[in-house]
Design a protein around this ligand. Structure first.
Ligand SMILES: [Zn+2]
Length: 191
């Protein structure tokens, strides 16, 4: 993370889970605040205006989706990016999260806490662009051979198609660096 500490609000009623995430985010340099359910999350979001909210879905008193809805109704909190931490990874929840404007949908069993940190960090990196890559065109086959990766450019962790992440090193001269990353689990192809 560059200069300023990113403030994250972690909302989950499972204290063990919440503590694990709180610790990995703190270690990664985040300023962490915690809330036990949607209602407390809503209250803390309004008072502390975090840079990002990482929330579970099913919680007592107020669930994550209801909280997202309520955040939008307050001008002070309406622009705070929300990332969903899903226990079950249900497709209907994913659709609902997208509809409510969630920035990401992280399935706990499929994504390690460290990968979750990487995915949330990406939201705060300027000058990064994620580009879809055609693995069946031009020199892609040669590249897959040279990189020792499948012809479909699939992630070695979860089989999702990799995307090309480009970072502008010197935007004025159009110079950038690029690497293949998995948009789903955060896996990075190291050469
Ligand atoms: Zn993956």
């Amino acid at each position: 993370m560059e200069n300023k500490q990113v403030k994250i609000l972690i909302v989950d009623d499972d204290i063990d889970i919440r503590e694990i995430y709180a610790e990995v985010f703190r270690k990664a340099g985040f300023n962490v605040t915690e809330a036990n359910d949607g209602l407390e999350g809503l209250d803390k979001a309004g008072k502390e205006i975090p840079d990002v909210i990482f929330t579970g879905i099913i919680m007592p008193r107020m669930d994550g989706f209801t909280m997202m809805d309520a955040l939008k109704k307050n001008v002070a909190t309406s622009k705070i990016p929300v990332v969903i931490s899903s226990h079950m990874g249900r497709e209907e929840d994913k659709k609902k999260a997208e509809k409510l404007g969630a920035k990401d949908f992280i399935v706990r069993g499929a994504t390690s806490p460290n990968q979750a940190v990487e995915r949330i960090k990406v939201l705060f990196m300027e000058g990064n662009y994620f580009i879809e890559f055609d693995p069946y065109n031009l020199d892609a086959a040669k590249l897959s051979h040279d990189l020792n990766i499948s012809k479909g450019f699939q992630c070695m962790e979860c089989n999702e198609r990799l995307v090309l992440k480009i970072h502008f090193d010197n935007p004025k001269e159009g110079l950038f660096s690029a690497r293949f990353v998995c948009p789903k689990c955060g896996w990075i192809l190291k050469i």
